[in-house]
Design a protein around this ligand. Sequence first.
Ligand code: DGY
Length: 381
Amino acid sequence: MAELEWRLVNPSGGKRVVVTKELPGDHWADVLTAADCRVEVCTETKMLGAEEIIAAIGDRCDGAIGQLTETWGEELFAALDAAGARAYSNYAVGYNNVDVEAATRHGIPVGNTPGVLTETTAEMTVALTFAAARRVAEGDVFMRAGKFEGWLPTLFLGELLWRGTLGIVGAGRIGTAYARMMIEGHKMNVIYYDVRQGEALESFVSAYAGFLESRGEEPVSCRRVETLEGLLRQADVVSLHPPLDESTRHMIDAERLAQMKDNAILVNASRGPVIDEAALVAHCRAHPNFRVGLDVFEDEPAMKPGLADLDNVVMVPHLGSATSWTRQGMASLAACNVAALLMGYPVWSGDDIRPFLEGTPPEAAPSIVNATELGLPLCGG
Ligand code: DGY
């Protein structure tokens, strides 16, 4: 195995923390330094495999910050446990790459980074929606190829979204933020499909509808639908926001794609395997007016054969959370999770994580997904 490059932060720290990728900003490193951690940061851009991470954990490791590109399962948690670790944080809000049950069996709390990605990921979802609907990437390629010979009444006609029907699959934090942007900006009527009632979304739409009516404008509406099929048949835009688990893997397959309008827009900034990507390629080939915006891919970083050749698909490389503010915030939250657990602090029970983003953070771990299973004490919020 080739030697990996590492950067040391606070070499004299008494606790050893392994961080598998360089993270943006300084606050996260200051937090771990203040908690007396010696931090070893892998500065490689290549994706690390299990063997490399186990070698990095070594015989003694108190905590780790890992990436969504790594599979944190039994093997890695057994290695962390044997090395004496009592803290792990994913550098992501999603944790489908983490076997939380295995971590819990080994007594290791698992942190994640909610609250700083919401608007950022929603904005990227909006960007992909309009790029797909208005054929931005196709137009860009056309311009760069020097093919623009003058304005034409029929050049790259797309879809108008104003006052159309927006279908939200998963009305959680990001789904709701995205819906709000599309409702406020484009007066779309919303239908949503979720196992839970989207109270935040419904109460926002009801208040906004009242505001529009008070100005003599047509109101907007929000309705929860009973079935995914019901949503797919009616929506002009379908945006996917479910967590990835066995119930949502391939929730959009050939049969479900066939239920959508031929000129619908499908956007996915959640997790790639929510869509059967091979079926999507076939559907897009057969339906040139069906348009897709993708931030995530089934076999990331690979694309299914044929995807890259489709003009009706616009893609970015998993950039949903890629703003400096958000990525620095994620680093602060991951560091606070590990530092607080190693200092023996309780777990934050509130939703507002802003106090953790700069300066001296509260004496708490901002977000630990298996806190209840491990019986960790809660505080504040
Ligand atoms: C996450 O945090 O789960 C995101 O996918 C990162 O962009």
